[in-house]
Design a protein around this ligand. Structure first.
Ligand code: ARG
Length: 604
């Protein structure tokens, strides 16, 4: 049991002395260190509940004689000691303070034992083992075939991947899915455009085939404005595609291949993967044949109504939302029809309790409300089982970036630019520059609540002084260079004295206990911060909020930099402990960055 769970359990035990009632209370990690490592409002909660209840009956609570919550807090603390004296040894002190909180200050011994655990468990520290009852589909990225991979898709990819990692660390079995937009009437237009103005050989040859496809698609719309007959042609081609016409299928498949080449490059750069359908994800087209079952079920459950113009729709109670179209008047299916088939498939495949998270832009918020409501009306899902994790828009501060290519911002260019700028920061080589550049983009996205819009600002993204990816990576690299130097010093010393035959190595030496009484403020502060890592991981997972972890890591890196500035590590009296502390900080930053999908190069 971790220490927080232990606090909660001991509080509950002591409560038995006061009441049989259930009391809701919190145990939190206060922002301000002077309030302890943990703090609970139990006394306040108990006091206010007993006040109400005691008006009715005098016997329910045995605390009438206490005058104030702080007094009650002290009384509760006294019970801890009676119930579990072992528990108290983890703390330096446990205090009752106004207006009635109980603050817990961990002992240095305990904090030190956590540091030892970090060094032993390495990247496993802070992670829970898999719980077979917790299963989740995290769907992210989901770009559209023959369309640009937009910054919206980039956000989805970065945030979705981080959430998937965090849930995994919290004991969830995670299915990572990519709902590619590879089906829909737009393919009728695309196929017509390729056949009319395109040159397949040419598209095969170019570096970015998607650009050619987008250009053709744009041309279609320009031409169609002058000649409305083209829309008809496009519909015919889509019909052919649906009916399995060989030529239509062939061209559609080519579009998918051309696009995947480009998407794969992006995923490789971002180091993001999917687990479903051999790593491809189940795109919309996969559900083509699975929609009839859903439509049948909707009909059987009397959820489909004909609209005025002949389309089939689902209407909502009291018109809470606009109706959701399931079939067009010509019988064609829609995005929503495929989403329903997708979720039906997931519930069948992974189990009816599977939690499904779609990481999609905020602009689809209404759509997902409609979708989830329909799934509830169908009786498929319970409250909380469907989650739309939404992200805000990107706005570009640097105008040039957004206008150069009309309204399209080509993602590869943003990523390339990031790497170029990282190189200018002085990264050692191409690979590291890439890790820094991509890490900077990711951190910039993950550090804030995802729902917020982002004003894209290179200076902020690469700010070495502040809340940025490079700042974290530098702090990590600093821990590694200190450790490396210590190791090589040790080796030099050993070989010069020529008395160590086999490598004792740093590890042995580092097992030495620190001179605890002499710890500096910055050291204690770092130890306390390290102890909070599992909690940050757990909260970030629970709330689907990578920014909680970013916030934690940034605080840790700042504390480390302060420690590093103020104190000598190598050659100090407390060198062994300080090296151990440095190794612990390094380990946690690395684990944390990895959970966010950000690389932690040892040298920058
Ligand atoms: N392809 C869609 C788009 O680019 C996003 C798909 C989101 N996922 C879903 N299950 N509808 O807008």
């Amino acid at each position: 049991m971790d220490i927080k769970a232990e606090i909660i359990s001991v509080i509950k035990q002591s409560l038995g002395e006061f009441t049989k009632e259930r009391i809701e209370f919190l145990v939190e990690e206060p922002e301000n260190e002077s309030f302890g490592d943990y703090s609970s409002n139990i006394a306040l909660a108990l006091f206010s509940k007993s006040k109400i209840k005691n008006q009715k009956s005098k016997t329910q609570f045995k605390i009438q004689k206490l005058r104030s919550p702080p007094e009650l807090a002290q009384e509760i603390i006294d019970k801890f000691i009676i119930h579990d004296s072992q528990f108290m040894i983890h703390f330096d002190r446990v205090e009752a303070v106004k207006p009635g909180f109980i603050n817990f200050y961990l002992s240095q011994d305990y904090l030190f034992s956590q540091l030892t655990r970090i060094l032993e468990e390495k990247e496993k520290f802070g992670s829970k083992s898999e719980n077979p009852n917790k299963k989740v589909v995290v769907e992210y990225s989901s770009p559209n075939i023959a369309k640009p991979f937009t910054v919206g898709h980039l956000r989805s990819t970065i945030i979705g991947d981080a959430i998937a990692n965090l849930l995994q660390a919290n004991g969830w079995k995670v299915y990572r899915d990519n709902h590619l937009g590879d089906w829909g009437t737009q393919f009728g237009k695309q196929i017509y455009a390729i056949k009319t103005w395109g040159d397949e050989n040419e598209i095969n040859k170019v570096e970015n085939p998607v650009r050619e496809l987008v250009a053709l698609y744009v041309k279609f719309h320009e031409e169609a404005e002058r000649n409305p007959k083209l829309e008809e042609k496009a519909r015919e081609w889509f019909k052919k595609l649906e009916d399995g016409d060989v030529e239509a299928r062939r061209l559609w498949k080519k579009c998918v291949e051309w696009s995947l080449v480009e998407f794969k490059k992006i995923y490789e750069k971002l180091r993001v993967e999917f687990t479903e359908n051999n790593g491809l994800g189940y795109g919309e087209a996969f559900f083509e044949d699975r929609m009839t079952g859903v439509i049948r079920e909707l009909k059987e459950k009397k959820l489909l109504k004909k609209g005025e113009r002949g389309a089939e729709l689902v209407f909502f109670e009291k018109d809470k939302y606009p109706p959701l179209m399931i079939l067009k008047q010509d019988g064609a299916t829609l995005y929503a029809t495929r989403d329903l088939a997708t979720d039906k498939f997931r519930l069948d495949k992974y189990g009816k309790d599977i939690v499904i998270i779609n990481e999609v832009g905020v602009e689809q918020a209404l759509y997902f409300r409609q979708l989830f409501k329909v799934e509830k009306m169908l009786g498929w899902v319970k409250e909380g089982q469907r989650i739309h994790k939404r992200h805000g828009l990107y706005r570009f501060k640097d105008q040039k970036m957004s206008t150069r290519k009309g309204n399209t911002i080509w993602l590869e260019e943003v990523l390339q630019e990031a790497v170029k700028r990282a190189e200018k920061l002085g990264s050692e080589n191409k690979e590291i520059a890439e890790e820094v550049g991509i890490g900077a983009i990711k951190w910039n996205d993950l550090k804030r609540t995802s729902e917020q819009d982002i004003v894209f600002d290179w200076d902020e993204i690469l700010n070495m002084q502040g809340d940025s990816g490079p700042y974290l990576q530098y702090a990590f690299a600093r821990t590694q260079s200190v450790l490396l130097k210590a190791t090589s010093d040790k080796k030099k010393e050993a070989s010069s004295k020529n008395k160590i035959k086999n490598e004792i190595g740093l590890a042995r030496i580092m097992l030495a206990r620190p001179l605890l009484a002499r710890l500096e403020t910055e050291e204690i502060s770092l130890l306390r911060a390290l102890n909070r890592f599992p909690e940050a991981v757990s909260q970030a997972g629970e709330k689907f909020a990578p920014n909680i972890l970013c916030n934690y890591l940034f605080g840790l890196a700042q504390k480390f930099n302060l420690f590093y500035q103020k104190h000598k590590i190598i050659g100090s009296e407390n060198q062994d402990f300080r090296l151990k502390l440095t190794a612990g900080v390094g380990q946690i930053i690395r684990t944390g960055l990895n959970l966010l999908g950000i690389a932690a190069p040892e040298k920058i």
